[in-house]
Write a protein that binds this ligand. Structure first.
Ligand code: HEC
Ligand code: HEC
Length: 93
């Protein structure tokens, strides 16, 4: 079978899709919510069946960008509406 130009374009598209999938999966890179005295009650809330949406608003009590500053390139900015911390920072059971 001869592979012509159209076949190569098709192969290139498939390869690009695979590369994107490998890129967006991979191991968890974002830091987990620590398990210390500041954060233990949030682990308890999730364990007791509270939703992440119930827990998220409490994070800003300390992580308001002033008392604790966010990294310069942090994807969520305080003030731009409610922040879904647990969407990115996972609570490990
Ligand atoms: C009582 C204050 C307080 C509250 C409330 C709080 N944090 Fe923290 N958090 C801290 C402090 C202090 C640190 C820095 C020291 C440390 O690593 O524990 C920290 C660190 C972190 C870190 C970085 C951990 C690391 O490995 O460097 C993450 C992620 C985090 N908090 C997420 C959250 C999330 C998500 C919430 C809401 C569910 C939350 N925190 C609520 C005080 C708080
Ligand atoms: C859209 C995803 C996303 C959301 C939403 C988000 N973060 Fe982050 N956060 C990250 C990424 C990515 C980093 C940088 C990589 C890392 O250190 O985990 C980071 C870093 C941090 C750090 C610094 C960790 C260190 O290196 O010491 C803290 C603290 C933190 N986030 C807390 C929070 C809190 C609290 C909220 C909610 C108010 C929040 N984040 C919402 C993605 C997110």
């Amino acid at each position: 079978m001869k592979i012509d130009k159209r076949d190569w374009i098709f192969i290139a598209i498939i390869a690009a899709v695979i590369i994107v999938f490998v890129f967006i999966s991979g191991p968890e890179k974002t830091k987990l919510v620590p398990r210390d005295h500041n954060h233990q009650r949030f682990h308890d809330m999730i364990r007791d069946g509270k939703s992440k949406m119930d827990v998220d608003p409490h994070c800003a009590e300390c992580h308001d960008g002033v008392k604790i500053r966010f990294p310069e390139n942090h994807p969520a900015k305080p003030g731009a509406g409610p922040m879904r911390c647990l969407f990115c920072h996972k609570i490990k059971k």
